[in-house]
Design a protein around this ligand. Structure first.
Ligand code: FE2
Ligand code: FE2
Length: 251
């Protein structure tokens, strides 16, 4: 069953190279639970966006497909949430580093403004998102030897993700037979720009932390020493002000 999906949903070369790292990320039960609960939120948000897409399209068959897609994303959210809670109840503890940059799951619609896109560009974007998600879920199913129940959840969801990946591509070919390649390239460029923004934000966060650390440990200590030396020169107890404050004004 798993193998038949893996043939169609192929993990990216980058993810395959990092497979041992993925195995380690998913090995910890508490981290697994946190990740599944976060995936549930993303899937539910994607479902809401697709309901909105179904509302605004004028194409009846696309509306039906978007509605089905929205229902399935909501079902994925329920499956992830249920399994995440089961894992949490078995392994209570502190939340651990989730390594979301490495194993982000399905990215949802990545803050895509549904109303600002035509059906064609939305289908192109959805196709690429679903393809990436299907590849990642196939990989997660492969590395979850330690937890067959969670693996079953991924295999079940993978079946739907492969359908999403295929129907979006077919519908794009139907609606834009001549421009399908262009739409896919535009969607790819948009995803690349968002990936750059994510990387730039992460880098800015690291540099910000580094700069604050340098200020705290390198720039502040001399001032603290000077303040200590100044405090030692002060006489103990109450002392009259060196320059008496005039009583006619506040300062
Ligand atoms: Fe999904
Ligand atoms: Fe999906």
């Amino acid at each position: 069953m798993l193998t038949s999906f893996l043939v169609r949903a192929v993990p990216s070369t980058f993810d395959l190279l990092l497979k041992p790292l993925h195995r380690r990320v998913w090995a910890d039960a508490h981290r697994r639970a946190s990740k599944l609960l976060r995936f549930a939120e993303t899937e539910a948000s994607g479902g809401r966006d697709l309901s909105r897409a179904a509302e605004r399209t004028r194409d009846p068959s696309l509306r039906r497909l978007f509605m089905r897609h929205a229902e399935e994303e909501q079902r994925h959210a329920d499956l992830f949430r249920r399994r995440g809670r089961e894992l949490l109840s078995c392994s209570p503890g502190r939340s651990r580093f989730e390594a979301n940059w490495l194993a982000p799951g399905e990215r949802g619609l990545d803050d895509l403004q549904i109303d600002a896109h035509c059906d064609e560009s939305l289908l192109a974007f959805l196709h690429l998102s679903e393809k990436a998600a299907a590849g990642r879920f196939a990989l997660y199913a492969q590395v979850l030897d330690c937890d067959p129940d969670t693996r079953t959840v991924f295999v079940r969801i993978l079946e739907d993700e492969v359908f999403h990946m295929n129907y979006t591509r077919k519908q794009l070919a139907r609606l834009a037979p001549r421009k399908q390649g262009l739409r896919l390239w535009q969607a790819r460029a948009g995803r690349l720009f968002k990936a750059y923004l994510r990387l730039a934000t992460a880098l800015a966060s690291v540099l910000g932390t580094l700069m604050l650390g340098i200020q705290y440990f390198v720039l502040l200590p001399p001032f603290a020493l000077l303040a200590k030396r100044g405090a030692r020169r002060e006489p103990p107890g109450f002392a009259a002000a060196r320059a008496p404050t005039p009583l006619q004004r506040q300062y």
